[in-house]
Design a protein around this ligand. Structure first.
Ligand code: MN
Length: 277
């Protein structure tokens, strides 16, 4: 299934329509928490839909889609997780030496939103990545069990200011984590470890890889991250970017397409008219 945010309500997409799931969510779960509730109770939600107890199907307008998890509990990033990107950055280490990093949950945006560049005189890059959304939380999750904890997969851009600050600063500006256009549940994919991922800036294809080239596979990232911190439903993992990162300019359009998952487009603009954040 495809889980989405339609008009700021959790929804399941169905062809050119959608089913609004918000009537299933208890009234005390407000706003962005409703999306997390659906992820937590996904099995129950699917039962309700199968029983016909779900709400009615409605017509979808593409412009209604928002970030499928508007406020994840955490956004965890995998640094330097493709060898070709390690070479282009001349990076000595991968997760082995760097661990994982956190991006601010407030950096999340959705389809049709814009990455806002904070500094006119510094480089901000696109990083096209497979996003993994946690369904069942846990600590010390073994790699062999890790994919059972996945709610689904989405397209993700890990926007990044280049420079000397800690990654969590350079990657946490508001708007720096576009996700979407929806989340595809694992039953829709043959193998998340073998998906073609491509990233464009305008018409220029900058990134093109298959996810089997990750240094730490999805399950290895989950094992490592959960050895450090408890994973929770709705956490988003940015699994790393292949070679081909490059500077963004206001007016650009960033597009990421992942086979079997979807295609996400966002614009690029300055954070303020003066271009100074
Ligand atoms: Mn990244």
């Amino acid at each position: 299934m495809r889980f989405a945010n339609v008009g700021n309500r959790p929804a399941v997409l169905d062809g050119d329509g959608y089913v609004d799931l918000s009537p299933l969510v208890p009234a005390h779960r407000l706003g962005d928490e409703r999306f997390i509730w659906v992820v937590e109770r996904w099995a129950e939600v699917c039962e309700a839909l199968a029983d016909g107890r779900g709400p009615a199907r409605r017509h979808l307008d593409a412009g209604d889609l928002g970030p499928p998890i508007p406020r994840p509990p955490k956004v965890i990033g995998a640094p330097v997780n493709y060898r070709d990107h390690q070479r282009e950055m001349d990076a000595a280490n991968t997760i082995d030496g760097l661990g994982v990093f956190l991006k601010a949950p407030t950096s999340v945006i959705g389809p049709g939103d814009a990455i806002l560049i904070p500094y006119a005189d510094r480089r901000t890059d696109q990083e096209a990545e497979l996003g993994v959304v946690i369904g069942r939380g846990g600590r010390d999750i073994a790699a062999v069990d890790a994919l059972d904890h996945v709610f689904g997969y989405t397209c993700l851009v890990d926007a990044t200011v280049r420079g000397g600050e800690d990654r969590s600063t350079r990657k946490s500006f508001d708007t720096f984590t576009p996700i979407g256009p929806w989340i595809v549940t694992p039953d829709e994919l043959d193998d998340p470890n073998c998906l073609r991922l491509r990233g464009w800036v305008n018409d220029e294809l900058r990134q093109d890889v298959t996810t089997d080239a990750m240094v730490y596979a999805i399950s290895d990232i989950i094992e490592y991250a959960s050895s450090v911190m408890t994973l929770e439903p709705g956490d988003v993992i940015a699994t790393g970017t292949p070679a081909g990162v490059g500077p963004l300019t206001p007016g650009d359009t960033v597009t990421i397409e992942i086979e079997g998952v979807g295609r996400l487009e966002v614009d690029v603009a300055f954070r303020s008219p003066a271009g100074i954040g």
